[in-house]
Write a protein that binds this ligand. Structure first.
Ligand code: AMP
Ligand code: ZN
Length: 114
């Protein structure tokens, strides 16, 4: 996955403003924030999208959910709420082919999304 930008961020080869990191996941600030708070949470191992998850990733997926909760709480998003977005594939608007969870907050979100 030599050309994957999020693999490079996970490997420390491209800088990012990290807000949480452990052995298996990393959260960092989105470079083009769409809300006052906009983080991305990724698994460190390359998974192309949610469509590439397998049974072996079950505990990783649970861990990603736990980290979303932790990051939201630690950044004050648990008071007024927030949104999690996982763009998937072309129609979903996915531009980086490495699974990532957008965590957006600090303002009221519109519905339906664009
Ligand atoms: P998506 O369009 O859902 O695939 O989301 C990709 C996100 O990655 C976009 O919100 C970009 O702003 C963000 N992004 C791309 N490159 C970087 C980078 N080097 N550091 C932080 N965020 C990035
Ligand atoms: Zn990758």
């Amino acid at each position: 996955m030599g050309e994957c930008i999020f693999c490079k961020i996970a490997a420390g080869e491209i800088p990012a403003v990290k807000i949480y990191e452990d052995d298996s996941v990393l959260a960092f600030k989105d470079i083009d924030a769409q809300a006052p708070v906009h983080f991305l949470l990724i698994p460190k191992k390359h998974i192309g999208s949610i469509l590439k998850l397998t049974k072996e990733d079950s505990s990783l997926v649970v861990h990603l959910m736990e980290v979303i909760k932790k990051v939201a709480e630690e950044n004050g998003l648990n008071q007024d709420g927030f949104r999690i977005v996982v763009n998937t594939g072309e129609n979903g608007g996915q531009t980086v082919p490495h699974l990532h969870f957008h965590i957006l907050g600090g303002r009221e979100m519109a519905w339906p999304p664009g």
